[in-house]
Structure formats: C-alpha cells, structure tokens
Design a protein. Structure first.
Length: 97
C-alpha cells in the first residue's frame, strides 16, 4: 500500500498565533502516524511561485493522510492556522515504482 503525503506551502502573517496551530496539530499527526520529512528549511525557487514555509509530511498510507486532514483533531488545529496564514495543502499518494 503506497504511503500518503501532505505537501504544504504557507505564508504566515502572525507567527505567534501560528505557534498555536503547531502545538495543536501534533495531536492529529501522532494519532495518524505522521512523520515530517521537510519542515521549513532553506530553499530556492527555480520555477513558479513560492511561499515562505514549505512542509512535507509522510503518513503510513494515502487513506491515513486523508483521514488525518478530515479528523476532528486536525480541523480543531486548522482553526488556529486559517486566520493567520494563507497557503496550499495537497494530499498525494506515494509512488511505489
């Protein structure tokens, strides 16, 4: 079964308030077996548009990635993120070659 991934690109407008989201999302991520592969860090834009923060999160399965996003725990965390940031979140199935 392929793993699932979240790819997030976010511009944060209020870092202090955004920290509440970071604390709150840990509950959902632990419940659904999430593991951060990329969490910020240096980057270069080679094509297209960028946002200030980039994240890639791995889940044990594509279904777990979708279930985490839809969970009450993540939706409660998301309520902290939405007012203080804008971004894109993709949920994508991994490639097993």
């Amino acid at each position: 079964m392929p793993k699932g991934y979240w790819i997030g690109r976010v511009d944060v407008h209020d870092l202090e308030e955004y920290k509440k989201y970071i604390v709150a999302n840990a509950v959902a991520f632990e419940k659904f077996g999430a593991r951060f592969l990329i969490r910020g860090g240096d980057f270069e834009v080679r094509e297209g548009q960028a946002r200030s923060r980039n994240v890639v999160i791995e889940f044990p399965s594509y279904q777990a990635a979708k279930d985490c996003y839809d969970s009450p725990e993540y939706q409660a965390a998301k309520a902290f993120r939405v007012p203080v940031s804008e971004g894109d979140v993709l949920i994508i199935e991994g490639y097993e070659g």
